[in-house]
Design a protein around this ligand. Sequence first.
Ligand SMILES: *[C@@H]1O[C@H](CO)[C@@H](O)[C@H](O)[C@H]1NC(C)=O
Ligand SMILES: *[C@@H]1O[C@H](CO)[C@@H](O)[C@H](O)[C@H]1NC(C)=O
Ligand SMILES: *[C@@H]1O[C@H](CO)[C@@H](O)[C@H](O)[C@H]1NC(C)=O
Ligand SMILES: *[C@@H]1O[C@H](CO)[C@@H](O)[C@H](O)[C@H]1NC(C)=O
Length: 448
Amino acid sequence: MSVQLHALLILCLSFTQGDCTYSSPHWGEWNDSQLLPTIQKLMKGYNRYLRPNFNEGPVEIGMSLDIASIDAISEINMDYTATIFLRQRWRDSRLVFPGNESVSVDGRLVSLLWIPDTFIPDSKRSFLHDVTVENRLIRIFSNGTVLYALRITATIACNMDLTKYPMDRQVCTLQLESWGYNLQDVVFYWTRGNDSVKGLDTLRLAQYSVESYYTTVSEAVYETGQYPKLVLHFALRRNVLFFILETYVPSVLLVVLSWVSFWISQSSVPARTCIGVTTVLTMTTLMMGARTSLPNANCFIKAIDVYLGICFTFIFGALLEYACAHFYTMQQQTIEDLHRELMRDFNESNGNGPIPIVTSTQPNQSVQIGSTAEEPTEQSANSETRNSVGSKEARQGCSLSTMKDASRRAVSVFTVENPHNIDRHARTAFPTAFLFVNILYWLYYLFL
Ligand SMILES: *[C@@H]1O[C@H](CO)[C@@H](O)[C@H](O)[C@H]1NC(C)=O
Ligand SMILES: *[C@@H]1O[C@H](CO)[C@@H](O)[C@H](O)[C@H]1NC(C)=O
Ligand SMILES: *[C@@H]1O[C@H](CO)[C@@H](O)[C@H](O)[C@H]1NC(C)=O
Ligand SMILES: *[C@@H]1O[C@H](CO)[C@@H](O)[C@H](O)[C@H]1NC(C)=O
């Protein structure tokens, strides 16, 4: 009963559908016998549970896609969300009707026809749009070809390799498989090969551009058998400009800022420490900010992490450079003070004759407080003073020269000749090293 009702609906539809070439001459006097043979005969005895060509080989289903949009490409979930128009066409010989017309059937009558059980194996969530009616279309051609179109939004998994992020290129796929009919029942093909997919060229994506795409036909093998499968591969290239502006340029500027410290006098401790600490902290903030939109629980190191790590190392190195330079300056000052003191003492002892044997122990104490590096010198000086039996002149001259030698040796081992040279070398060494590392980095990540 309901079938007949639907058939009537189809009749009305096909009649009101515009030109209706065969009925227009008899517009006023059209009768059932003209239209009944077409649709009512179609539906009479039609078994929608049996596929077309039931006993005569597989039914061939041609597919084509229109990508309306790709909304969200998520690195965290490793998926993308796409809205697609999926068109399937096949030939159902039971639906042949005379003439060369096509009939667009109401979408709700899909339930009366056999339709393929296509599904998207990688989809996590998907739905058929139903505003204002379910977005599907059925068109039956007189030769029995059925066109079935749907508008679907699906979130589809896409495995991403983020090791080169943000200079990466992701290849995602959209797969279409038959759920229940295996290769003996159903065969899939792309209707126009690589041109079956439209809309990818004109797609505007926030972070990516579609580099290339192509289609393949394959088969899915499961325990239950072999199933037809169509795959659309498309490669997405990330637009790196955003990251250049957002992360790379600021971190390079921070590194350069940390070098400013090399041109500031070593005596201005607050200025240089401030630059060092501020740049380190800002770099830390940048590193945290660059990580927010990414899965952070993964074990691979991304290109951006490498770069931020390099920048952080350089900035930290600049801070350490100041610490070293300052330390050696202070040490040199201590040693110079020590020298001056020793010289004064010896000069005094030279003037006063026998007194040095008593007073020469005095520097020993001050040295132990000042710097342990000087200890052997003093001990040798002491032992010499203790063991001395020869003339006073020889003893004093000898101890003075050994003392000088030893202290100079100690100075050369533990300090830099001129601590201000550290800054001077850093001014060339840091930029050169940074440039070199940058060349290596960009060569590796852009061309390898
Ligand atoms: C319907 O039209 C056909 C010709 O177009 C005519 O032969 C037939 O008698 C008509 N039937 C009725 C019920 O009017
Ligand atoms: C199909 O219809 C067109 C007019 O719409 C006509 O010119 C053509 O001859 C028809 N073809 C067949 C095979 O009937
Ligand atoms: C059936 O008709 C449609 C539209 O005229 C045409 O595109 C299609 O190729 C035809 N199919 C076959 C199998 O003849
Ligand atoms: C589709 O494109 C791919 C890659 O460009 C190519 O290998 C393949 O031959 C093309 N197929 C067709 C049918 O043109």
